[in-house]
Design a protein around this ligand. Structure first.
Ligand code: CAA
Length: 275
């Protein structure tokens, strides 16, 4: 089996890491050689840590090929897309993947809040398009949502589900509704948490401690937003609000201001916390 991953950012690198760890031949595609090298370094770093901690015995990084050419994905059985969370670029990419890949290649998107059906509609073979939504950090979070779009075939769906299992994940089956299962619940919940900061005049640290110690969350909402990326969360909120028009789904002004100011969380060095 050969798996392609398009985009080696946080999510793509995490997904490619899972593939390498599972012993699968993996092709990672980035737009520049420099970004490709960064993705590869990230994968090597985390897999090396796992070896150091005795969680795995070894890994074979030669399973991973990094390329800037989409043509490098031609022989893949499954391609997982993890590029920028915008419909236009994703649709363009899927139309190109359809031209480049074999007719039986399953084309999966890791979108978190866009419509898989709308992405699939950019191809003339929407039956092979499916959602595979991993959670951040992909190597650590057990869940993957396998998303059936309007025209997804059983064969493509089953292939994606089986790949999720091969990668050691707990897959769940769902349909292409806004936010699928987890983000439909989590995004408005995190937005509520941010509104509470102002309503209850509580600081980020106390709110985080409240949700960790009072609700059993593994990390507080502000820590989690910093991990996910404030910009990513605002984007996902906008996409959900666009579709469902529920006020709780709209990004709170505080988060929009943070995103505009470049306070994106861990990746920019500052969000609710400073890193
Ligand atoms: N690959 C492998 N290992 C990684 C890693 C990665 N990408 N990132 C971090 N790690 C390792 C680190 O190396 C670290 O170990 P060392 O410090 O020894 O090197 C280890 O993982 C993390 O150690 P922690 O003690 O911090 O781990 P933890 O037990 O606290 O768990 C967590 C961390 C799994 C992130 C946990 O805090 C958690 O479950 N948080 C909630 C995360 C969550 O809710 N994610 C969903 C976000 S929403 C989303 O993703 C949806 C969307 O569409 C935007």
């Amino acid at each position: 089996m050969k798996v392609g991953v398009v985009g080696l950012g946080t999510m793509g690198a995490g997904i490619a890491q899972l593939c390498v760890e599972a012993g699968i031949d993996t092709v990672g595609r980035e737009v520049t050689a420099d970004l490709g090298a960064k993705g590869r370094d990230r994968i090597v770093h985390f897999l090396t840590r796992k070896v150091e901690k005795g969680q795995i015995e070894s890994f074979d990084i030669d399973r991973l090929t990094v390329t800037t050419e989409l043509a490098g994905l031609a022989e893949c059985d499954v391609v997982v897309e993890a590029i920028v969370e915008e419909l236009g670029p994703k649709r363009e990419l899927f139309a190109e993947l359809e031209r480049i890949c074999r007719p039986d290649t399953v084309l999966a998107t890791n979108t978190s809040a866009l419509s898989v059906t709308e992405i699939a509609a950019a191809t003339s073979s929407p039956e092979r398009v499916v959602g595979m939504h991993f959670f951040n950090p992909a190597p650590l979070m057990p869940l993957v949502e396998i998303v059936r779009a309007e025209l997804t075939s059983d064969a493509a769906f089953d292939t994606a589900y089986a790949l999720g299992e091969t990668l050691g994940k707990h897959p769940i089956r769902c349909h292409d509704t806004p936010g699928f299962v987890v983000n439909r619940v989590l995004i408005p919940l995190l937005n509520d948490c941010v509104r509470v900061l102002d309503e209850a005049r509580v600081g980020a640290e106390d709110l985080d401690a409240g949700m960790r110690h009072g609700a059993g969350w593994p990390m507080g909402p502000c820590e989690l937003l910093d991990l996910v990326g404030i910009d990513v969360h605002v984007h996902a909120s906008d996409a959900l609000y666009d579709k469902l028009r529920e006020p709780r789904m709209a990004a709170p002004p505080r988060l929009v201001a943070m995103a505009n100011a470049g306070l994106l969380g861990r990746k920019s060095g500052r969000g609710f916390y400073t890193y």
